[in-house]
Design a protein around this ligand. Structure first.
Ligand SMILES: OC[C@H]1O[C@H](O)[C@H](O)[C@@H]1O
Length: 328
């Protein structure tokens, strides 16, 4: 049976990216800098309003898995697509990148493949408008034990917590991974998602997970308090807490140890995927047995690369960058 270094479960989203200015965002009622869920009609309206569309596979955890895979580790992604044009595009793009795309496109009777209309403003900020479509239907039936039970590291996408079946699938996947001697964790995804499901998030983290990755807003939202208190409280219920703090760098707390790693601030070309690629670099470090400080530095380098161009996945071989920086 195949063993995977990293397996992700998340929304399988086709990104459609374009450039726009703040006036356009205001005109279209797009909230700047966040992820908004939209219905199909709104997604079609936004799609129609886009110029120079770039279509590319996205989805937060899928981006992380792709980043880890491009660093040479064996990976799999579990997410749902329909057998429409976008779904076929997504599935083959993942496979072409060497990622095991576990579930074939669903043939009939379902909603269309998820898509995210992304507007990048001149300051590099990205505004995400996601129509989730078929992704929302993920259940335990989509998570084969042959994959979850053979993952050394499992990564779950917080957004899937919006559905009860997703919560159950997460719990079962995490337990299967741990039963196979792997570790399971979550990329929190969004402070608003935590708001909607705080008790369930905390219960999952405390009882089933080995690590949490989130930005400062997400970690704070877990306990509705200031960052330092939230970090300490999260570390009380979870063995490994990784918090990205924009210009303030990264804080990693694990079993009484704390590492703070600075980050070099750069102006983004497109901020899409920064957190996802940070997670990719960090998990690569973890999977290859690096110290936490090195893991965080790898994460920072991967995040810096992805925001230097349009699109949520790396465009260069990050291994070369790690070598240049003396990390491998
Ligand atoms: O984190 C960035 C990702 O979130 C959204 O889900 C988009 O698909 C994008 O690729």
């Amino acid at each position: 049976m195949k063993t995977y270094e990293v397996v992700g479960i998340g929304n399988a989203v086709v990104d459609v990216i374009t450039h726009a200015d703040d006036t356009f965002l205001d005109h279209m009622g797009i909230e700047k800098g966040i992820m908004q869920l939209v219905d199909q009609a709104r997604s079609e309206k936004l799609f129609g309003a886009m110029n120079d569309r770039l279509q590319t596979p996205g989805g937060a955890v899928a981006n992380t898995v792709a980043g880890v895979g491009s660093l040479g580790l064996q990976t799999a992604f579990i997410g749902r697509v329909r057998d429409d044009a976008l779904g076929k595009f997504y599935a083959s793009a993942m496979t072409d990148n060497g990622i095991d795309f576990v579930n074939p496109p669903v043939v009939e009777g379902e909603m269309p493949t998820s898509r995210c209309m992304i507007f990048v403003t001149p300051d590099g900020e990205r505004s995400l408008n996601t129509y989730l479509g078929i992704s929302t239907g993920l259940t335990s039936a989509d998570v084969p034990i042959s994959v979850s039970g053979n993952a050394r590291i499992m990564l779950l996408e917080g957004y899937l917590f919006d559905h009860d079946a997703g919560k159950t699938a997460f719990r079962e996947a995490a337990r299967a991974t741990k039963a196979g001697n792997g570790i399971a964790g979550i990329a929190i995804s969004d402070p608003f998602c935590v708001e909607r499901h705080r008790a369930d998030f905390l219960s999952l983290i405390e009882h089933d997970l080995d690590y949490v990755i989130g930005n400062e807003h997400e970690i704070k939202s877990l306990f509705q308090t200031d960052l330092e208190t939230a970090l300490a409280k999260t570390a009380e219920i979870c063995p490994l807490v990784v918090c990205t703090r924009s210009g303030d760098g990264v804080s990693v707390l694990s079993k009484g140890e704390r590492v703070d790693v600075p980050v070099q601030e750069i102006i983004p070309v497109d901020a899409t995927g920064a957190g996802d690629q940070f997670a990719a670099g960090f998990l690569y470090g973890l999977a290859t047995g690096r110290k936490l400080e090195i893991c965080a530095r790898m994460g920072n380098l991967c995040a810096a690369e992805v925001i230097s161009h349009v699109g949520p996945r790396p465009q260069i071989d990050m291994k070369d960058v790690f070598v240049k920086e003396g990390l491998v």
